[in-house]
Design a protein around this ligand. Structure first.
Ligand SMILES: Nc1nc2c(ncn2[C@@H]2O[C@H](COP(=O)(O)OP(=O)(O)OP(=O)(O)O)[C@@H](O)[C@H]2O)c(=O)[nH]1
Ligand SMILES: [Mg+2]
Length: 424
């Protein structure tokens, strides 16, 4: 639907994305209809006349479902089903359906089910307030209400069960992440279909599933990579973002998104050939804000440069470099300019410092003098048995000396407090 604050161009682009989502959900499109209105109709979203016309159009084309590019209220959904006699799906339902189709691990299946139930629960709640407002509460307590109560309780019980199962899985992932604490971690983020998995495959010579579909990746995959003889890093690929990613999905995929939250550096993969790249970048930034990862260091990686004519590419590159100097331009599909990504990561690594508190027995003279020579000492105190240090060490050296250093690492009160409240 086109409202007053959306341009025709925006609507076309948005409909194209809806078509891609629809195809990804394996639904064949028989027709696309637009309507211009100042506001969505409260009862039907589109006008009731338009709804009837759509219903006739759908029947003439043997269609059995109408997909809306917005989010419908429960009553709009019901009224449209009634008036058209067809299955009605909105944008959130479509995305949830794609996630359900693509989930193929225990974790992603549980996460999708959780998102679907949270969504259903919100619809039941809204329906409840809607009905009680109309019925005024009194004299309304009948089987309908009981059924709603039963449904709600069942959903709540299942949600609790799913949450506790997911907590268990998350615990295992947290333990694994702690084991590789000494390794520098890079997280891939970006709009869906921008090429994140293709980048991961290229960087780590692996073969994870890629497809010209939205949300091909629903899990977190972490792979190791040796950058130089000294530096080994880990790279994680996770779900892509999209405009209006349903909040239920962001919440239920919390465990999968942890790899982004704990990454030392994010590679933001952007499809440079997409006409809406600026908007898509903004959506990625705002989704990162939603999950609390807005302050991460980020390298902007403009992908799919092979899809732009040379002149256009050079023009775009100049412009983007001016706006975002910290960016590289690659083609993941053809393995172009990957050394630029690697060099940027190495550069970042060599500038990154790690702060650590240590309590070292004085007889460990070799280690102590290594620290004096290679780190910035922020604090020191010693007695005749131990030396206490707070040091700032280049990440690469920290990583090399990790096994030795962790034996003497002391947790500060602040860290212990964070641990007690469940943060890692
Ligand atoms: N022409 C071209 N196509 C690319 C390039 N990189 C990736 N692709 C294609 O873009 C599509 C999406 O690639 P993926 O790597 O699956 O993208 P993704 O960001 O992981 O996508 P989701 O996991 O679905 O969010 C695939 O068809 C890739 O072959 C590139 O540099 N050039
Ligand atoms: Mg992917």
């Amino acid at each position: 639907m086109q409202t007053e604050n959306k341009s025709n161009y925006d609507v076309e682009e948005s409909l194209q994305e809806l078509s891609l989502l629809t195809e990804t959900a394996n639904v064949k499109i028989v027709g696309i209809e637009k309507q211009i209105r100042p506001h969505p109709h409260p009862a039907f979203y589109i006008g009731s006349g338009k709804a009837k016309a759509l219903s006739t159009y759908a029947k003439n084309h043997q269609a059995n479902v109408i997909i809306f590019n917005g989010n419908l209220t429960p009553s709009q959904d019901r009224n449209l089903s009634k008036i058209t006699n067809l299955k009605i799906i909105d944008r959130t339902q479509l995305i949830l359906d794609i996630f359900a189709q693509h989930a193929n691990t225990r974790q992603s299946k549980l996460q999708v089910e959780l998102a679907q139930l949270e969504y259903r629960l919100s619809r039941l709640k809204r329906r409840w307030t809607h009905l009680s407002r109309i019925e005024g509460g009194i004299g309304f307590r009948g089987p309908g209400e009981k059924q709603l109560e039963v449904d709600r309780r069942r959903i709540h019980d299942r949600i609790s069960l799913l949450k506790s199962k997911l907590k268990e899985i998350e615990k295992i992932a947290t333990t694994k992440r702690k084991q590789r604490k000494n390794l520098f971690s890079v997280g891939l983020v970006g709009y869906t279909n921008s090429g994140k998995t293709t980048v991961l495959n290229r960087l780590t010579s692996t073969n994870n599933y890629i497809a010209d579909k939205l949300f091909s990746t629903l899990d977190a995959t972490t792979k190791g990579k040796r950058l130089t003889s000294k530096d080994k890093i880990v790279i994680s690929d996770t779900i892509g973002f999209i405009k209006e990613l349903p909040p239920y999905l962001v919440a239920s995929f919390h465990a999968t998104l942890q790899e982004i939250i704990y990454a030392d550096l994010l590679l933001h993969i952007i499809d440079i050939s997409h006409p809406k790249l600026y908007e898509y970048m903004e959506i990625v930034f705002s989704t990162l804000r939603d999950i609390g990862a807005q302050d991460k260091k980020m390298l902007l990686v403009y992908n799919k440069i092979d899809l732009l004519p040379r002149n256009e590419f050079l023009f775009m590159k100049k412009k983007l470099k001016m706006d975002f100097p910290n960016s590289v331009f690659i083609s993941a599909k053809y393995g172009k300019n990957f050394t630029n990504i690697e060099n940027s990561i190495i550069n970042f690594l060599s500038n990154k410092k790690h702060i650590i508190n240590l309590k070292i027995p004085n007889q460990k003279q070799k280690l102590i003098s290594f620290l004096y020579n290679n780190s910035e000492i922020l604090y020191k105190k010693y007695n005749n048995q131990f030396s206490r240090f707070k040091i700032k060490l280049p990440y690469t050296l920290y990583s090399q000396k990790f096994n030795q250093l962790r034996k003497f690492e002391i947790k500060t009160k602040r860290m212990a407090k964070r641990k007690a409240i469940g943060a890692t």
